[in-house]
Design a protein. Structure first.
Lengths: 89, 608
C-alpha cells in the first residue's frame, strides 16, 4: 500500500472502510455508493455502538493500526476515518 | 471537593421497618397529608407542582445536541418553560378531539420534543408509549398497531427511513407529527388529504394554548404503555397507571439519592422503560436538573459532560461502564469529577470487576439496581450509605416484599401439597425472583393479553422470570433468566420476534435465537439457522440474512451472529428447544442434530 501515490491509497482505504461497514451492516450496502464522505455515517446509517466497535475492530485487524476508543469521536465520517488510517500507515 | 449531602436512606433496616406507602405520598401532596390522594396526574407532580411552589426558574432539562460543540452550548428548559410547552401540546391534542386514553407514541432520539410529548400526553390523560428509534420498521408497525396508537411523534430522518414506508399498515394512526421540519418539507413527500395526516410538530403546537390546566385523574388511570418482547407470540404491552409516580419519587430519593439542587444524568434512551421512569419522570418529580444528551456513547464526551455540568448522580448501564473501563481510567483522571457522589446502573448484572474498577476510578459507591418493565421502578438495589456487595443486585426497596420461589427441573413453578408455591430460604439455592403483588408501580395489565397477565402471578406473587439467590444477609444475586429472553446492552430481547423475521426469508427453513456471552454487551443475539431446501450455507447467504434481519428489526434487536446448522433440537410436541443451544452438551451428538448433506461450512460440520 505504501508504494501507491496518495490519491490511490486514499481510494483504497475508503473502499476498505465501506466494505467493513457493509460486512457489519449488510442492509446499508445499497446506500454506501451514494453516501457523502463528510457526513456522520454512524448517525446517517443508524449504526449503534456495537456496530461501531465491530467496524473499528475489523479495520484494526485489516490494517494493523491500533484504533483506540479515544479516537472514535473524531472518526465519524468516511473522510476522517480515511485520513486517520492513511496517516497511521 | 464538594461536600455531599447526607443520604436520604441512612440506615437500611430502620427505613425498612418504618416504611409505609401511604406516608410516602406526604412528600408529593400539597397538604402534606399521608395516604394516596383521590386524584393525581404524573405531569402535574413532575412539572406544574414545582412552578406553583416557586421553582419555575429552576432548570428541569438540559439538552445537549449531538455535535461536539453542543457540550458547551446546551439548551436549558426551566420548569416554567416545560409547563407552558407541555400545556400547548395537551391543549392541541384536546382541541383536535383526542380525549383521555388516546395512545401517543414517540419514535425519536433524545430531543426536546420527545419530552414535551411524553409529559404533554400525561397531562391530557393520554397514554404515552415510547418506541426505541433503533427498531426497524417491523417492530415499529407491530407495536403501533398493538397499542392502537393514534398520534406518532418522530423526526425527519426516522420518518423518511422507517415511518413513511409503513403508513399504509397503520389503520388506527390519525396523526404523525414530524419534529424539526416545516409543512413544506413534509408536503413534498406526502399528498394532501392522505391518511394518516402528517404535519410538522412545530405547527401542531401553535394550535394549543400555554395555559392549559392539567386535569387530575383517578390514580388508577392508565398513563404509560411500554412494550416488552416475549419468548413466544407478539410483544406484551405493559400498562402503568398514574399512581406509579409515588415509586418514581421514592426510588429517586432512597436509591438514587436525589437532593434539591442536584444535577442528575440518566443515559438511558426513553425508548426503553428506564429512559422514561428515570430519564423523564423520577428526576422531574424530585425537582432536580436532568441532563439529556442526544449523542450516542462516547467516553471522552461523557467525561466532559459529567465534568462541565458537575453531575451529582449518574445512572447508566453496565455495558456503558464496561466501555468506559475499556477506554481506561486515565481518561477519567483528566476530568474533575469531584461533584459525583453516586453511580448507579441497571439493565443487566453489574459484574464485581466493573464495580471495583468504577469505585476505584470515581472514588464513589457504584450501585447496581434491579427492576424490569413490569415493575415500573427500581425494586432491588444497593444503597449509597450501605456497604456495596460487588456483583450483587442489593436488597429490596423498603415497601417491596421479595421472595425466591422454587422451580422444578423443567422450569415450572414447584408447588407444595396444598398447591402453593414453595419459598426458598437456603442461601445456596437459587429460585425465581418474585415480588408480592400490589406495589403502586406494578403493571396493571398486558394490553389485550389478560391470560398472559394472569400467568405472571402465582398465589399473590408476581413472577419476574429472573433466577436469583439470596445470601445470609439478604442481598440478592442474579443467576440468569428463567426463560429464553436475552439481556443485551441493557435491553431485554425476545427470541420469538427475531426468529419470526428470519423465518420470513425464503432461504430459512427454521431458526432459533439465543444470547451468547459477550464481554461488552453482556450477551449478544445469535441465530442458528436451518437453510431451506435448495439453499446452501455460504458467507454470502449469511450476509444476506444478517442484512435482512437488520433491515427488518433494527441493529438493536437483530442478530450479531448467524450460524448455519443442519437441524434444531425439538421437544416431542415439535417446539424448538433453545436451551440445548445455549448450553451445548460435551458430545454434540446429544443435541440430536441429524446428519444432512455435506457443506463446506466448518461450524456447520461441527454441529452435525
Amino acid at each position: 500500500m505504501t508504494d501507491l501515490p496518495d490519491r490511490h491509497r486514499h481510494v483504497d482505504i475508503a473502499t476498505m472502510i465501506l466494505s467493513s461497514i457493509a460486512d457489519v451492516a449488510p442492509e446499508s450496502e445499497p446506500e454506501l455508493a451514494d453516501l457523502d464522505h463528510d457526513v456522520d455515517f454512524w448517525r446517517e446509517l443508524q449504526l449503534d455502538s456495537m456496530d461501531l466497535l465491530a467496524v473499528m475492530t475489523r479495520l484494526s485487524e485489516q490494517t494493523g493500526i491500533d484504533i483506540t476508543e479515544r479516537n472514535y469521536p473524531h472518526l465519524t465520517t468516511i473522510d476522517s476515518l480515511r485520513d486517520f488510517l492513511a496517516r497511521a500507515t | 471537593m464538594s461536600v455531599h449531602p447526607e443520604p436520604w436512606l441512612v440506615d437500611y433496616d430502620t427505613t425498612l421497618a418504618s416504611f409505609d406507602w401511604g406516608e410516602a405520598w406526604a412528600g408529593l401532596r400539597a397538604d402534606g397529608q399521608v395516604g394516596r390522594p383521590a386524584s393525581v396526574n404524573i405531569a402535574d407532580l413532575a412539572v406544574d407542582r414545582h412552578v406553583r411552589n416557586g421553582h419555575g426558574d429552576r432548570v428541569a432539562l438540559r439538552f445537549i445536541g449531538p455535535d461536539h460543540d453542543d457540550i458547551d452550548d446546551p439548551l436549558d428548559i426551566t420548569y416554567a418553560m416545560l409547563a407552558r410547552r407541555t400545556n400547548r401540546f395537551s391543549d392541541a391534542i384536546r382541541r383536535r378531539g383526542f380525549g383521555p386514553g388516546t395512545g401517543v407514541a414517540t419514535l425519536a432520539g433524545r430531543i426536546p420534543d420527545l419530552y414535551v410529548t411524553a409529559l404533554g400526553t400525561l397531562k391530557a390523560q393520554g397514554i404515552f408509549t415510547p418506541l426505541f428509534s433503533a427498531f426497524g420498521p417491523d417492530p415499529i408497525a407491530e407495536r403501533l398497531n398493538l397499542g392502537r396508537i393514534k398520534i406518532l411523534v418522530t423526526t425527519p430522518l426516522l420518518y423518511r427511513r422507517k415511518v413513511a414506508s409503513i403508513l399504509d399498515r397503520l389503520p388506527q394512526m390519525e396523526l404523525v407529527l414530524v419534529c424539526g421540519s416545516t409543512e413544506d418539507e413534509i408536503g413534498t413527500t406526502r399528498a394532501n388529504g392522505a391518511h394518516p395526516r402528517v404535519m410538522s410538530f412545530g405547527s401542531f403546537l401553535t394550535e394549543g394554548c400555554d395555559t392549559f390546566e392539567a386535569p387530575l385523574t383517578d390514580p388508577e388511570t392508565p398513563a404509560l404503555l411500554h412494550f416488552t418482547s416475549a419468548t413466544t407470540g407478539p410483544p406484551k404491552g405493559a400498562i402503568h397507571v398514574h399512581t406509579a409516580v409515588v415509586v418514581h419519587h421514592v426510588t429517586g430519593r432512597l436509591v438514587l439519592d436525589l437532593h434539591d439542587g442536584d444535577t442528575f444524568w440518566c443515559t438511558a434512551d426513553p425508548g426503553w422503560v428506564t429512559g422514561t421512569s428515570y430519564g423523564i419522570i423520577a428526576p422531574l418529580v424530585n425537582g432536580v436538573t436532568s441532563i439529556v444528551d442526544e449523542a450516542e456513547f462516547d467516553s471522552q464526551r461523557w467525561y466532559r459532560i459529567l465534568e462541565r455540568n458537575a453531575v451529582d448522580v449518574f445512572y447508566t448501564a453496565p455495558t456503558a461502564i464496561r466501555m468506559l473501563q475499556r477506554a481506561g481510567g486515565e481518561l477519567a483522571a483528566e476530568h474533575d469529577l469531584s461533584n459525583l457522589r453516586l453511580v448507579a446502573s441497571v439493565g443487566e448484572p453489574l459484574d464485581a470487576d466493573a464495580v471495583r474498577w468504577c469505585q476505584h476510578t470515581f472514588g464513589v459507591p457504584v450501585i447496581d439496581t434491579w427492576w424490569q418493565t413490569e415493575t415500573g421502578g427500581i425494586m432491588i438495589s444497593n444503597h449509597r450509605s450501605q456497604p456495596v456487595r460487588p456483583g450483587s443486585m442489593g436488597r429490596p426497596l423498603p415497601g417491596i416484599e421479595v421472595a425466591l420461589l422454587e422451580r422444578d427441573a423443567d422450569g415450572a413453578m414447584a408447588v407444595d401439597a396444598a398447591g402453593a408455591p414453595v419459598e426458598i430460604d437456603d442461601p445456596g439455592q437459587s429460585g425465581e425472583l418474585a415480588l408480592r403483588a400490589g406495589w403502586p408501580s406494578m403493571f396493571r395489565a398486558y394490553l389485550d393479553q389478560d391470560d398472559r397477565y394472569q400467568q405472571s402471578f402465582v398465589d399473590g406473587w408476581y413472577r419476574t422470570g429472573d433466577l436469583a439467590r439470596r445470601d445470609v444477609d439478604g442481598y440478592y444475586w442474579f443467576v440468569g433468566r428463567g426463560d429464553d429472553m436475552i439481556k443485551t446492552s441493557g435491553h431485554l430481547i425476545g427470541p420469538f420476534e427475531v426468529e419470526t423475521a428470519l423465518d420470513e426469508h425464503p432461504a430459512v427453513a427454521e431458526s432459533a435465537v439465543i444470547g451468547v456471552p459477550d464481554p461488552v454487551a453482556g450477551a449478544i443475539v445469535k441465530a442458528f439457522i436451518v437453510p431451506a431446501p435448495g439453499h446452501v450455507p455460504s458467507d454470502a447467504l449469511q450476509r444476506e440474512l444478517l442484512g435482512h434481519a437488520r433491515a427488518r428489526l433494527g441493529a438493536a434487536v437483530a442478530p450479531r451472529e448467524i450460524e448455519f446448522v443442519a437441524d434444531l433440537p425439538h421437544t416431542h410436541s415439535g417446539k424448538t428447544m433453545r436451551r440445548p443451544l445455549r448450553n451445548p452438551p460435551k458430545n454434540p451428538a446429544g443435541v440430536a442434530l441429524s446428519a444432512t448433506p455435506t457443506s463446506h461450512f466448518s461450524e456447520f460440520e461441527d454441529l452435525r
